[in-house]
Design a protein around this ligand. Structure first.
Ligand code: IFG
Length: 511
């Protein structure tokens, strides 16, 4: 009997040990994107309602952003005081430190007495704050007050991005998404230190940005969308509001007006843009490649000059995206001079052009960027012509691709993209003709033929987007799916706390 009791006791102990969460990792082990260096210390800093935020003058706004980020879950309204010296128990945001950190790098020090973020530029402080949030308990992302000890484990982090251009694209032409959804999208990509949002504003199914000199583009061309619902558009004031919201989060908006193809919404709005002077019908399907502006008509270049002038006036960023993809209804001998002329129009309005990789067939303005999406030969040609490249390979980075054949949303013309496929690639070695020095950065586009709601957006973006952000931000040395998938699995509760309805991929063990 005695032996039975002992063996029963031992059995119970072993189950207890096994069942308790063996996940001994702390938030500092699970940061996404992974910082350049993380050195854990002893002790922790606790944020209480008395914690003050002290910020250099140029960083007071960032201090207020931090206070606002912490308030919903903690209930604390942390005071922000301009200052150049830390006090015990404060969170200190200061400019200076190691010049090698560049414009977006930062150093983060957490001790029992103080949290300090040091950066050359305010953007670095902003990214240090994203890391602070991930060092706090997962509940910090909740939108309502939580009972938790708001502790940060002692740590020293030195961090800076690999690529300067770290972005995503949202197509608001196929299905229209308004200001609130776009601001949510900005919040989500800012969490992962992305700094660019490319807005695909026009296509066959809709024109989504007000152009005052051509009002029918939105009145008529913005009146519907894929599936035939009422569509919509951004007024210039709404666009400016989005640009400011993005800028406050160190995100640059890049507007795209696609051309000469993908233009049915404009062709339906103004007969004169068509070679036969007849307006087309509005289109609510999902075919591509059937439309073209009439490249031989002077009025088309007047139209584009007016559009680009108005867009440039409300876009502080240096780039305007002029599309150029899938112009199957435009003869190549017409496409080439057209895209060369339009690059000149962009330049005349003080901006630089980006085009999809087909633009490589043209003479490129010195700073025109080619965006690699499908044709490696085009992108290699662009590199040969001295252009820089944004890497957005459809087979790896198109967030509208289904995860697998059972995914309710999305397409699969470029293949299925499970979470591991989305992560296991290196922009610098993906294509032989595109070297690290030719690449400005990485972008993950989300096309919306099949995407209707913000929930749909989040389901397709997550959990792949944190991986794209890591590919764009973190050092490639030592990168491995087997290591990353553990961090991603532990990141699940943070995405849940952010209200993200993510795809629970079976490739990951979710916490
Ligand atoms: N290709 C088209 C997009 C969109 C996409 C859907 C580019 C550059 C397929 N062009 O990607 O308009 O339809 O996956």
């Amino acid at each position: 009997m005695f032996h039975k009791k002992i063996s029963l006791f031992l059995a119970v102990c072993s189950i207890a040990v096994l069942s308790c969460n063996t996940n001994t990792s702390t938030p500092a082990d699970n940061l996404i994107p992974k910082p350049v260096s993380v050195t854990k210390g002893s002790g922790q800093f606790t944020i209480t309602e008395g914690t003050s935020i002290i910020a250099a003058t140029e960083a007071v706004k960032i201090g207020e952003y931090l206070s606002a980020q912490l308030k919903p879950a903690t209930g604390f309204a942390l005071k922000v005081t301009p200052g150049t010296a830390a006090t015990k128990g404060s969170i200190f945001l200061t400019l200076g430190g190691d010049a090698s950190l560049g414009d977006e790098g930062y150093e983060l020090s957490v001790t029992a007495d103080q949290v300090t973020v040091t950066a050359q530029k305010p953007a670095g402080l902003f990214y240090g704050i994203q890391t602070i949030k991930q060092l706090l308990p997962e509940a910090i992302n909740a939108s309502a007050k939580q009972e938790a000890k708001w502790e940060l484990q002692s740590v020293t982090i030195k961090d800076q991005p690999s690529y300067a251009y770290r972005g995503s694209m949202l197509d608001i032409a196929r299905h229209f998404f308004g200001v609130e959804d776009i601001k949510r999208y900005i919040d989500l990509i800012a969490t992962y230190k992305m700094n660019t949002l490319h807005l695909h504003l026009t296509d066959d199914q809709g024109w989504r940005i007000e152009i005052k000199s051509w009002p029918n583009l939105t009145a008529h061309g913005g009146s519907t969308e894929v599936g035939g619902k009422k569509g919509g558009f951004l007024t210039q004031d709404q666009y400016k509001d989005i640009v400011q919201y993005a800028m406050d989060r160190y995100i640059t908006i890049i507007p795209e007006v696609d051309m000469p193809g993908h233009t049915n919404a404009a062709l339906a709005s103004y007969p004169e843009l068509n070679c036969n002077d007849t307006a087309t019908k509005l289109y609510t399907g999902t075919e591509v490649g059937f439309s073209t502006l009439c490249t031989s008509k002077e009025v088309v270049y007047k139209f584009l000059d007016d559009v680009i002038k108005e867009l440039a006036a409300i876009t502080p960023g240096q780039y305007i995206h002029i599309g150029g993809d899938e112009s199957h209804a435009t003869k190549k001998e017409d496409y080439i001079p057209f895209m060369e002329k339009v690059q000149g129009i962009v330049k005349a309005h003080g901006k630089l052009a980006i085009g999809w990789d087909e633009i490589a067939n043209c003479t490129l303005q010195p700073n025109t960027i080619a965006q690699y999406w499908a044709d490696a030969a085009n992108s290699t040609e662009a590199v040969k012509k001295g252009a820089k490249v944004i890497i957005s390979p459809a087979r790896k980075a198109y967030a509208d691709m289904q995860y697998d054949s059972t995914t309710r949303l999305g397409l699969h013309w470029a293949g299925y993209i499970e979470v591991d496929t989305a992560y296991i690639w290196d922009p610098a070695t993906l294509e032989p003709g595109i070297k690290r020095e030719n690449i400005v950065g990485v972008e993950a586009p989300l096309w919306t033929e099949t995407i209707v709601t913000m929930d749909d957006i989040e389901y397709m973006l997550f959990p792949r987007l944190p991986g794209y952000a890591e590919i764009a931000w973190s050092p490639v040395t030592g990168r491995s799916w087997d290591e990353y998938k553990v961090r991603l699995g532990n990141h699940g509760p943070r995405m849940k706390a952010m209200g993200i309805d993510y795809y629970p991929s079976k490739k990951v063990t979710w916490k």
